[in-house]
Design a protein around this ligand. Structure first.
Ligand code: CA
Length: 523
């Protein structure tokens, strides 16, 4: 027994966050992987800002290919790309043609090359899929406008209470698709097949809460999550499942309430967990632990195999570092430690964690309410008005790196944030913290696979839980305790004390240890 304790003590030290390695047999990992093929660690790329390949200052597909080594070193296993189709906007969320690639970003051949090059590194590609609406210059719409007998008339929702031919729009300069039309649904299934055939692993569905509602009679922004929206996702999934049964669906239902995703989860593998993002952003960690347990208990009723999709921020939110430090006045260590804690929590939660590009460097950025920004100009040098662009600033490659994008200036303190090269060199950097946490997650099946989450009560100022996974004879239980306070915390659980003796977690630190069972997890 003493010997076993000794072995486990060593294991616990291995698992302690700041000194990780683990050597799991790959064949065992394969068994877990086959049981949970859709569990990944995601990196969200805003394509225009990530990496340039041809010197025009705009990020593009070949730029991503050139930086696959960076993503592989970081350890992520899947990429969600912002929309890459021809568009009328810088962000791409109005699509002019679903079957083509935005020429600013490259060609279809470039995209196919990205999918295959990423696959060589075991990195999946998930596409942003905007089906609520098209651009106002989409050929379907132009044809429908010109020709009352166009087959595309039924693709859109026409407003009868407004003089002249005009379709309903949820978002400015967009035209809402008529998602009750069988012809539209067939077209959307065709688009999903078109890209699945190219090896795309999944689709991120934009704005699912706007799919239905009271269109066109109540043209406001008040559309709500709806069961009919979930049904549409189910119809799309059924439409491709014979040919592409393993394609992953993740939905964006921008709603902070805990139960907002219920209507979609029976059809979608994943839904972004906006409720949890709010707890990160307000750093309400004690409430987060309880909310997580409640959310998981509820969602399991709707889909036993749901894969949570937690994240700290995305492209529609101010950067996390800017929320913590809006005036760039916080000292370096405080800012760093707050970001490290959030990363530790994110990367030990169940499901598919999503890292917004640059979050691993502590990039900054806040929404601007319609102002000109020096350096943000069109091709004629005229200053442009900025809004969310500042949340989507160029990725901080080193200053001499040709991959640096320049379409938008570095503002809100990003000129002071340490760039990639310096962070890779520094063992204590935020980048290396993300890298180590990802490594820890990948080395422990209980962290990487499955969706189990059992909150552990009784520790103040902490997010504490057990994650476990079981496939046949293989199983693992892992206790995770995040100390969210500024003081040391002693762990006095019997299960920990019996195995490892008294453990002390540093301020804002994380303790991760393998345990033998779910019993005795109480203070
Ligand atoms: Ca470019």
């Amino acid at each position: 027994m003493k010997r076993i304790k000794k072995i486990l003590l060593v294991l616990s030290l291995i698992l302690l966050v700041f000194g990780i390695t683990a050597c799991k047999k790959t064949d065992v990992d394969k068994i877990y992987r086959e049981e949970y093929p859709k569990n990944d660690i995601y990196y969200q790329i805003f394509v225009r800002s990530f990496a340039d390949s041809n010197g025009d200052g705009v990020g593009d597909i070949n730029g991503i290919i050139n930086k696959l080594d960076y993503l592989e070193d970081l350890g992520v296993t899947a990429l969600w790309l912002s929309p890459i189709h021809p568009t009328t906007s810088y962000h791409g969320y109005e699509i002019s043609n679903y079957y083509e690639i935005n020429p600013e970003f490259g060609t279809m051949a470039d995209f196919e090359n990205l999918v295959s090059e990423a696959k060589k590194k075991d990195i999946k590609i998930v596409m942003d899929t905007v089906f609520n609406h098209t651009a106002d210059n989409n050929n379907w719409y132009l044809d429908a406008l010109d020709n009352p007998n166009s087959k595309y008339r039924e693709y859109y929702i026409w407003r009868t209470n407004v003089p002249g031919a005009h379709s309903y729009e949820t978002f400015p300069h967009s035209r809402d698709l008529n998602l009750r039309s069988e012809a539209v649904i067939a077209e959307l299934i065709n688009i999903l097949k078109f890209y699945s055939e190219k090896g795309v692993a999944g689709f991120r569905f934009d704005a699912v809460k706007h799919f239905f509602g009271e269109k066109p009679y109540n043209p406001s922004y008040s559309t709500q999550p709806s069961f009919e929206g979930g049904q549409l996702l189910a119809t799309l999934k059924n439409g491709i499942k014979d040919e592409y049964p393993d394609v992953y669906f993740v939905g964006e239902n921008f709603d902070y309430s805990n139960n907002a995703n219920e209507d979609y989860y029976f059809a979608s593998d994943s839904m972004f967990n906006f409720a949890i993002s709010k707890y990160f952003q307000t750093r309400s960690y004690t409430n987060m632990q309880n909310a997580l347990q409640r959310i998981y208990n509820e969602l399991r009723e709707f889909n036993r195999n749901f894969i949570d999709a937690p994240f700290i921020t995305n492209h529609d939110m101010d950067r996390f570092a800017s929320m913590i430090d809006p005036n760039n006045s916080l000292d370096y260590e405080s800012l760093l430690n707050k970001q490290k804690l959030a990363a530790s929590i994110l990367l030990t939660l169940p499901g598919n964690p999503y890292i917004y590009y640059g979050e691993e460097l502590g990039m900054k950025g806040k929404r601007i309410e319609g102002q000109e920004v020096p350096g943000y100009v069109d091709e004629n040098g005229n200053e442009l008005i900025a809004y969310d662009e500042a949340r989507r600033q160029p990725f901080l490659w080193d200053e001499n790196d040709k991959a640096l994008t320049t379409w938008f200036p570095l503002i809100h303190g990003n000129d002071k944030v340490r760039r990639v090269g310096a962070q890779i060199e520094d063992e204590d950097s935020l980048y290396n913290h993300y890298r180590k946490m990802i490594e820890l997650r990948k080395a422990n099946p209980a962290l990487r696979y499955g969706n189990t989450f059992l909150k552990v009560d009784g520790i103040s100022s902490a997010v504490a839980f057990v994650r476990y996974v079981e496939v046949g004879e293989y199983k693992q239980y892992v206790l995770v305790i995040h100390n969210t306070s500024n003081v040391e915390k002693e762990v006095s659980f019997d299960v920990v004390k019996d195995l490892y003796g008294t453990q002390v977690i540093p301020p804002m630190g994380t303790y991760v240890a393998e345990i033998s069972s779910l019993e005795k997890v109480s203070q």
